[in-house]
Design a protein around this ligand. Sequence first.
Ligand code: SF4
Length: 389
Amino acid sequence: MSFLSGTMPQAPPSQKAGIYIHIPFCRHKCPYCDFYSLPLKEASINLDEYVQALLKEWELRRPETEGLQFHSLYLGGGTPSLLSLRQIALIIDSLGPALTPKAEITLEANPETIDDIWLKGIRSLGVNRISLGIQSLSARGLEILRRHHGRRQALMAIEAARLAGFTNISVDIIFGWPGQRPQDLEAELHELLGLNPEHISCYELTIEEGTLFASWVKEGRIQPLGEESLTFFHLLVEEILTSGGFKRYEISNYALKGRECRHNLIYWENRPYLGLGAWAVSYLKGTRSQNPKLPLYLHYLASGHSPPRIEERLDLEATFRETTVLGLRLIKGISISELKGRFGIDPIHYYKTELEHLMAAGLIEIKRGRLRLTKQGRLLADEVGAYLV
Ligand code: SF4
């Protein structure tokens, strides 16, 4: 049986896109982190050299982005707040003209790396959203996570960002750290709500292979929380943050009305993005590609050439499946008619058997023309995604 409706797939209504810049350096490597980030000292990299490489990459790859409207620029890491004002100015001066007039410009910052002057500086350079890597407001939590800022520094960072003129502050929180009790999480979230951020990303701590935490678990030095506690924590996060006026709009993300992260929505809607920097991923014209790591990335750009990228071309059906799975991460789910219009594939027919199973298990539902995860399904979002992709 064919699931294709016979019509040609249509391009998304607008070529809304984003730019991601990866700054893969941190002061220290956190023991739970499996992102591509290197302790700055060990990397023995000059940040000026890295910024020059980013600008060169932008110059070389700009033709690939023809026809795209960049609604967001996101400096992520790593720790982009290790960049000086001068380095950030160079990036924004160079990429700014390619952005739409009201583009969201986000920069990720860690509390121990920022001060008032720097915050005011980035605000005046046009950064209009700051994402603070607070991770915990519990002194014990910060110690267990081996973060290099204290509770006081975390609180001061939020206050300083506000005083510097930020009206769109996002805070990252990790829950489920070894030894965390429900009352610890409750206290942290209530305190956080009192600080009035516009956006909160709340991630469960996952023990990733290859990290120090993974070896500490094997050695019995730390004990991860059990499934039951984690499930309870997920429900607690939702209950506290939604009672505090936040809307859960994605599995791990909560926002005040109109303050959803526009950049991340581009990923969840499976729209195009350009990724600049070492190990950065791009998704352009149906092809996903990834830059090499350091030092190869710098080596090529220093000699004026684009670094070779790992590429994967996604056909229509694979793109449809990815779009469905990514869209299911959004609490509102994904519009069935939009999927049909964009790909010429009816998800209800295409996933007939899978949907029957998932619906019978109470994990997925169809509401107002949208396919979405149920409350139970949200607790198993990764498993449902793996089943459908
Ligand atoms: S600061 Fe963030 S990116 Fe850097 S090591 Fe820690 S968790 Fe990873």
